[in-house]
Design a protein around this ligand. Structure first.
Ligand code: GLN
Length: 386
C-alpha cells in the first residue's frame, strides 16, 4: 500500500479540538477550546438573516467581497491608524487559521526557518512544517512569559525567513510591550525577516496593558504580514472569517495561495459581518469590559483552588500549574479533570516545545453561570489540598 506523507508524522492532530471531543463525550463544562457560549451582537444575527435573502449565495471575489474589505479597511484604519487600500492590502480568509497558513506559504521556501515563541498556539508549528519550513523555538519564560533578548538574537543568527508573534498571546495571555515588539522588529530588519503576527485578541486586553499593532510601528509595514480573525472580536468563531493584511507585493502572492487553498470565505457570512465591522467604538469598549469581568470571576475561582496560575494581560486563557495535583503528566491531569471533575482544559504540553507538563490551559469566554458552575466543580481541587 502507498504510504502517506512523512511530514505529517512530525505533528499530531490538534489537542485543543481533541479535548473538545472528550469534553462532549463526558458532558463536561468545556473550558478547553476557546469559544464563547453567548450570542453575537444582535446586529450581526439580524444581518445574517437578511443575507440569507439577498443575492450573495455564490462565490464572492476570491480575495474577499468588496463591501466586506471596504468595511474591514475602515475598521482597521480607525484602530491601528493604518491607511489601507482594500484592493491592495487585504485577503479575506477562512479564519486566522487559514490566514496563518497563507502567510507562512507566502513567506517561506522549503527549508527556510521560522522563529516561533514557545509556548505557542499549536497551529504555528504545523503551519511551518506544512509549508516545508522548520520552526526554531525561542522560550517564553514562566511565570511572566517574557523572552530573553539574547536567546532571540541567537535564533535570528540562524537566518530565519520569518518570526511568528501571537499578540495578545494564546496560550500565555501575554501582551507584548512596544519595547519588546520594537526589539523583534529591529532584529527582523537586521536579518531581513518577515514578522508574521496573529492578533485575534486585539480587543481583549486588560488594564493597564495596551495592544500595539506591529504593522503600524515605524518602518514595519513592508515586512509585516498581519493575520487576524473576526471570531473572537464578534463572538462568531463558527463563521470562519479572517484576513491577511500586508504590503501589495506580498498580498499579490498571498492571493494565489488563498485562491488555491479555499477559493474564498463564505459569501453570505462576509455580507453579514459588515454589520459587525460597522459597530461603534463603544462595542469594543464593552467587549473589553465584559472580558475583564469574566477574567476577575474566573481568577477568583482559581484562587480558591490554591493552584498557582499566571494572570492574563490579554486574550482569555489562563495557564494553571496543576503539578500539586500529583499526576505524572498534564495529559493525565486533564483527562481526570474531564472524567471526574467535569471541567475540560487543554494539557499545557501541547503548546510547549520544551518537555513541560505542569500546566493546563483553561479559557473563560463563557457566560457567568457557566463559569460559576465550573467554579463549583473546580472547588473540589481546593479540598484535595492543592
Ligand atoms: N483559538 C481557540 C483556542 O486556542 C480555538 C482553537 C481552534 O480550535 N481553532 O482554543
Amino acid at each position: 500500500m502507498p504510504t502517506t506523507a512523512t511530514r505529517l508524522s512530525v505533528f499530531t492532530e490538534s489537542v485543543i479540538r481533541g479535548m473538545t471531543r472528550l469534553s462532549n463525550q463526558h458532558g463536561a463544562i468545556n473550558l478547553s477550546q476557546g469559544f464563547p457560549d453567548f450570542a453575537p451582537h444582535p446586529e450581526l444575527t439580524a444581518a445574517l438573516e437578511k443575507a440569507a435573502h439577498s443575492d450573495c449565495h455564490q462565490y464572492a471575489v476570491t480575495w474577499g467581497a468588496p463591501r466586506f474589505r471596504a468595511a474591514l479597511a475602515r475598521k482597521i484604519r480607525s484602530f491601528a491608524g493604518i491607511d489601507l487600500d482594500p484592493d491592495a492590502h487585504l485577503v479575506v480568509t477562512c479564519g486566522s487559521t487559514e490566514a496563518m497558513m497563507v502567510a507562512m506559504m507566502t513567506a517561506c521556501n522549503p527549508g527556510d526557518r521560522v522563529i516561533v515563541f514557545s509556548p505557542f498556539y499549536e497551529n504555528y508549528a504545523a503551519d511551518a512544517i506544512l509549508s516545508g519550513a522548520e520552526p526554531v523555538y525561542v522560550p517564553l519564560h514562566p511565570p511572566g512569559f517574557g523572552f530573553d533578548p539574547d536567546e532571540l538574537r541567537r535564533a535570528f543568527r540562524l537566518g530565519p525567513k520569518a518570526i511568528v508573534v501571537c499578540n495578545p498571546s494564546n496560550p500565555t495571555g501575554k501582551v507584548f510591550t512596544r519595547e519588546e515588539l520594537g526589539l523583534i522588529l529591529a532584529l527582523a530588519e537586521e536579518h531581513d525577516a518577515f514578522v508574521i503576527t496573529d492578533e485575534p485578541y486585539e480587543h481583549i486586553v486588560y488594564e493597564p496593558h495596551r495592544h500595539e499593532y506591529v504593522a503600524a510601528m515605524p518602518g514595519a509595514f513592508e515586512r509585516t504580514i498581519t493575520c487576524n480573525s473576526l471570531s473572537k472580536t464578534y463572538s462568531i468563531t463558527g463563521w470562519r472569517l479572517g484576513y491577511v493584511q500586508a504590503a501589495p507585493h506580498v498580498i499579490a502572492q498571498a492571493r494565489k495561495v488563498h485562491d488555491f487553498l479555499t477559493i474564498g470565505a463564505a459569501a453570505p457570512l462576509q455580507e453579514a459581518a459588515v454589520a459587525g465591522l460597522e459597530l461603534p467604538h463603544s462595542y469594543y469598549t464593552g467587549l473589553g469590559e465584559l472580558y475583564a469581568r469574566k477574567r476577575d470571576l474566573f481568577l477568583g475561582i482559581l484562587r480558591r483552588t490554591g493552584l498557582p496560575f499566571t494572570e492574563p494581560q490579554g486574550a482569555y486563557y489562563v495557564m494553571v500549574d496543576v503539578s500539586a495535583l500529583g499526576f505524572a503528566t498534564d495529559t493525565a491531569a486533564a483527562e481526570w479533570l474531564v472524567r471526574e471533575v467535569g471541567v475540560a482544559g487543554v494539557p499545557g504540553s501541547s503548546f510547549f516545545r520544551e518537555p513541560e507538563h505542569r500546566y493546563i490551559r483553561f479559557h473563560f469566554a463563557k457566560r457567568e453561570e457557566t463559569l460559576l458552575a465550573a467554579g463549583e466543580r473546580l472547588a473540589r481541587l481546593g479540598r484535595l489540598g492543592a
